[in-house]
Design a protein around this ligand. Structure first.
Ligand SMILES: [Ca+2]
Ligand SMILES: [Ca+2]
Length: 305
């Protein structure tokens, strides 16, 4: 289906002549400026204002399934634990099988692959893929083929099952862009060192408290990817003893800077029809749901992923 996505406000500063933002040194995400020392670099990005608006701006979805969440609501004590128990023990497919199920979960209206690293909502993308014939394989350039992207990078969870093939975080994306992302955390790029055809970016982070390289997806998909992270933190909560840490995560928990970022993206890019359809499709395959697509308002209630 085609639909209009809301025009999203990009609220990050546009750096002019500096490639790198300055370290704040404090790691304090409430700092909103590092400009008091007389340098001319743009202020680092801070999300504290938008995060305060979570409950006002994130509204419940009309028509969300009720049977699945029987007895669970935003007043439920230990909501994240209760949701963990609800979505745990899903029916896992093999990693190989994902090639076969992607047409059910990630097809555009015209039957091509809906790749969030190349899609350009509202206009024709510069390339598109057929599910059967465009699987990677080798690639040298953007547009060569698609593969299976772990949006929560596999090195962060040790590559094991069932995480490796959990469709709530594995999506078909261009192989070359996937490779440029590597296992960088998602973030907001201060000054792009590389930009994909759909303006996904790689470069140093502009966020207060984190200045290393990040991958910034297109605005239209920031919320989608954030809700995938909230699913992962909930589904695998307490089952992460074999997981590695990363700059953005410790086991299945999300580090404060990354959690601020993902919560902001959740607010800025609300649940849309693409995600609702995908949640239903994955439910048909795995037997579990992403609660934060059905109930985005629950993200505001949970204090720590
Ligand atoms: Ca979106
Ligand atoms: Ca956390």
């Amino acid at each position: 289906m085609n639909y209009w996505l809301p025009l999203l406000l990009a609220c990050h500063p546009s750096p002019s002549d500096k490639d790198e933002v300055q370290e704040t040194g404090s790691g304090d995400s409430t700092t909103d400026s590092n400009n008091d020392s007389g340098d001319t670099s743009p202020p680092c990005q801070d999300f504290s204002e938008i995060l305060e608006e979570c409950e006002q701006r994130v509204r419940p979805i009309e028509g969300a399934p009720t049977d699945y969440y029987d007895g669970i609501n935003e007043l439920t004590e230990n909501l994240i634990e209760v949701l963990h128990a609800k979505i745990d023990s899903h029916q896992s497919r093999s990693f190989d099988a994902l090639w076969e199920v992607f047409p059910q979960t990630d097809a555009r209206d015209d039957g091509t692959v809906w790749d969030v690293y190349s899609d350009t909502p509202g206009s024709l993308p510069s390339y598109s893929y057929e599910f059967e014939t465009d699987r990677c394989g080798n690639y040298q350039h953007e547009g060569d083929c698609f593969n299976r992207e772990h949006t929560w990078p596999s090195s962060w969870f040790g590559g094991g099952s069932p995480m490796k093939s959990d469709l709530f975080h594995v999506v078909p994306t261009d192989g070359y862009v996937n490779n440029r992302r590597g296992s960088r955390p998602y973030g907001v790029v201060a000054s792009a060192r590389w930009t994909s055809d759909n303006e996904s970016k790689v470069g140093p982070s502009s966020q207060c408290g984190y200045t290393r390289e990040v991958f910034e997806p297109r605005d239209d998909f920031k919320g989608d990817l954030a809700r995938g992270f909230f699913y992962m933190a909930t589904r695998y909560r307490g089952e992460d003893s074999q997981w590695d840490s990363s700059d953005a995560t410790q086991g299945a928990t999300i580090e404060p800077w990354a959690e601020d970022l993902l919560r902001a993206w959740h607010i800025q890019d609300p649940v849309d029809l693409k995600e609702i359809a995908r949640n239903d499709a994955v439910y048909g395959i795995q037997g579990n749901r992403n609660p934060f697509i059905d109930h985005p308002e629950w993200v505001c209630v949970i204090s720590d992923f």
